[in-house]
Design a protein around this ligand. Structure first.
Ligand SMILES: Nc1ncnc2c1ncn2[C@@H]1O[C@H](COP(=O)(O)OP(=O)(O)OP(=O)(O)O)[C@@H](O)[C@H]1O
Ligand SMILES: [Mg+2]
Length: 360
């Protein structure tokens, strides 16, 4: 297949979509580079599907401009855009065989039956379903049906491939496998893909870049690592990975390094443009270390809950700055409930964050 050569960028320039009084997408701008996979991540109702549907031309923008490659497609109908979409519900035709499902779009676009069938077989091989062409969708597992849906979108060799929560009907194990397959195919073929999910782990795993949306707007855009390590505000810190959000005090700032008081612990952290005064910090559960000697140099705490999860132990620790959720990999040295502990913070995994209100 020659998809890579056709892969095109997608550009949103101050795009708004209103459904009557409901503003589903509000002044959103971003660019998806050709051949990259960008994820739209955010809570239910934040505008992810609406954004995707505007790329496909299934919804028309109320304001702003949408480009695919260099072409302004803002008012182009879906049928004239070179985009295919994989839906959450697979949307396979139940009475058609797998091969008929995959060749359907090609036939509709005028390809003779034999050529369409040949390309459909190539598409099925790409998703690891060689030899399944004569089955009906009902004779496949959920994961196999989802791969047929991916093959059906792939064979159209679109400039842009869209995925709307493609894995949400699959169980946890299969979700991981199919998401790795989708990522492999996307990278091998150099496809431009926009992927919608509300699962932060899935987003971190598959994306070149992630756009976090909240209330119809972009909260932050960046690489998975940037979003996890440098969340712009409390919303992003809380949404991407677990975080303990606690009050802190910036004692002083010098050369972009803040001296921060968290409970009775003092840490030097990147100031991230904040100045002296009350502040908030996001503390990752892995950044907290516990020791049983209550006389340690750390902050005092009491173990309120502890859950053994095989590869790690999760603790809830009561401290002067509130309850802290802690993930500890030292399963051999479990600390019993009600023990006194000394709590220390590693620099890595503690971040000063703007409160979401002041970000608006
Ligand atoms: N056709 C429509 N008419 C009116 N309102 C709509 C329509 N489609 C979406 N909305 C509203 O626009 C907002 C964004 O919806 P959208 O489907 O884009 O959210 P989403 O981020 O995909 O959510 P989810 O994770 O639940 O799928 C919601 O408030 C929704 O109710
Ligand atoms: Mg949606």
């Amino acid at each position: 297949m020659s998809i890579a050569s056709k892969a095109a960028s997608v550009t949103f320039d101050a795009v708004t979509k209103a459904f009557g009084p409901v503003v589903a997408v509000d002044q959103v701008s971003f660019r998806v580079g050709a051949g990259s996979l960008v994820t739209l991540l955010g809570p239910s109702g934040c505008g992810k599907t609406t954004t995707l549907r505007m790329i496909a031309g299934l919804e028309m923008a109320t304001e702003g401009r949408i480009l695919i490659g260099d072409q302004d497609v803002t008012s182009l109908p879906a049928t004239d855009r070179d985009v295919s979409m994989v839906f959450q519900s697979y949307a396979l035709f139940p009475h058609m065989t797998v091969i008929e499902n995959v060749s359907y779009g090609l036939r509709v676009s005028g390809l003779p039956k034999s050529a369409a069938s040949e390309q459909a077989h190539d598409g099925l091989a790409l998703v690891g379903l060689k030899g399944y062409g004569d089955r009906l969708p009902s004779e496949l597992s959920g994961g196999q049906q989802q791969r047929v849906a991916v093959a059906r979108a792939l064979v159209l060799e679109p400039q842009v491939l869209l995925f709307d929560e493609p894995l949400s009907n699959l169980d946890a194990k299969l979700r991981r496998r199919v998401r790795e397959e989708i990522r492999d195919i996307q990278q091998n073929l150099g496809l431009t893909s926009v992927y919608v999910t509300h699962d932060q782990e899935e987003a971190l795993a598959v994306s070149d870049r992630i756009i976090v949306m909240n209330n119809a707007r972009i909260a932050q855009e960046g690489s998975p690592r940037e979003l996890y390590e440098e969340p712009a505000d409390l919303f992003v810190a809380d949404f991407i990975g677990d975080a303990n959000l606690v009050d802190a005090e910036i004692l002083s700032v010098e050369d972009a390094v803040a001296s921060v008081l968290i409970g009775d612990l003092e840490l030097s952290l990147p100031s991230r443009g904040l100045s002296k005064g009350p502040a908030r910090v996001a503390i990752r559960p892995q950044a907290i270390s516990l020791s049983e000697s209550a006389t340690g140099g750390g902050m005092q705490g009491i173990v309120r809950k502890s859950s053994y999860l095989g590869s790690h132990i999760e603790y809830t620790i009561e401290t002067a700055i509130g309850e802290l959720f802690v993930i500890d990999g030292r399963v051999a040295q479990a600390i019993a409930q009600d023990s006194d502990v000394s709590v220390e913070l590693s620099q890595q995994g503690v971040t000063l964050v703007r409160s979401t209100e002041s970000a608006l």
